[in-house]
Every structure is written in C-alpha cells, then in structure tokens.
Design a protein around this ligand. Structure first.
Ligand code: RP5
Length: 157
C-alpha cells in the first residue's frame, strides 16, 4: 500500500521527480505517482487529497514548474505534511517555481526542497525521515541508507 503520494503538474515533470520514487523504493516505501495540476486539474487535486489519508498516504510530495501552485494548493486541502519540489521547466529555470513554492504565507506551510532532481531525491529521503519517527522499520532503512552512503564516499577521487 502506498504511504507517500508523489504529485506532479505534468507528465513532463516525471523525469525530474523519479529520484523521489526511486529513493523511497530503496527505503522500502511504496509511493503513488500521479499527474495532478493545480491549474489544469484542480478538481482532481481536491478529490485525490480528500481520499489520500484514508487510503494510507502519510506524506505528500509535490513537484511543479512555472507559477508552481501545486504544493501550496495541496497543503490547503490536507493536514498531511506537504513537501514541495520546484521544477526548472520554464524559461526562468526554476526560480519562479522555487519562489512560488517556498514563499507560503503563514498558516499553511510547505516544506520546500531544492530545484529539480536533487530536491526530488531529498524530498523522498525526508518523507522517510518523517515516517521514521513512528515506524522502526523505516528508521532502520534510513539509518542503513546513511551508513551505505558514508561507506561509499571515497576518501580520494
Ligand atoms: C507546470 O507547468 C508543470 O508542473 C510543468 O512543470 C509546467 C509545464 O507543463 P507542460 O506544459 O510541460 O505540461 O504546471
């Protein structure tokens, strides 16, 4: 059963968002990957989030580019933690998405990550770290991920 939802505004965002899905799978966490746009499919956003918690979703990751409202709109519709990944798909190279995602007015927070694939991977790891607080298996997986990462870091180039 999926415990993390990975939402993105366009199928064209998938390549950038794949690292979130991949790292979650490495950590043993199933994700539900959906194309949902705050602008193009607002009703789909509302209906997905109305059901998400009952379906077992614990964390929502949102990737979007341009005037990126997806994460903020998602956060408005769920008490679940929303992690935002700005995508560099517009002529402004992600600056627009970064500012739109990070600068939420007080009261409806979005935890915003770096632009692009780096942010997507970190959002996946962070989702697991949120879950690790209440799930010993996930905590073990996160600790192993960190230990492997350290073991694989070379001392010299
Ligand atoms: C945003 O607009 C999407 O997140 C995407 O990054 C961007 C462009 O979408 P497409 O025109 O490529 O579908 O909503």
């Amino acid at each position: 059963m999926a415990r993390v939802a990975i939402l993105m505004g366009s199928p064209n965002d998938y390549e950038v968002m794949k690292p979130a899905e991949k790292v979650l799978a490495q950590l043993g966490i199933e994700s539900d990957v959906r194309v949902i746009s705050a602008h193009r499919t607002p009703a789909r956003l509302v209906s997905f989030l109305a059901e998400a918690e009952d379906q077992g979703i614990e964390v929502v990751i949102c990737g979007a580019g341009g005037a990126a409202h997806l994460a903020g709109a998602a956060a408005a519709h769920t008490p679940l933690p929303v992690l935002g990944v700005p995508i560099d798909s517009s002529p402004l190279n992600g600056w627009d998405a970064l500012l739109a995602t990070v600068q939420m007015p007080p009261g409806v927070p979005v935890a915003t990550f770096g632009v692009g694939a780096w942010g997507a991977k970190n959002a996946g790891i962070f989702a697991a770290q949120i879950m690790a607080g209440a799930d010993a298996e996930v905590r073990k997986a996160v600790e192993k991920f960190r230990a492997d990462q350290t073991a694989n870091a070379p001392e010299r180039p």
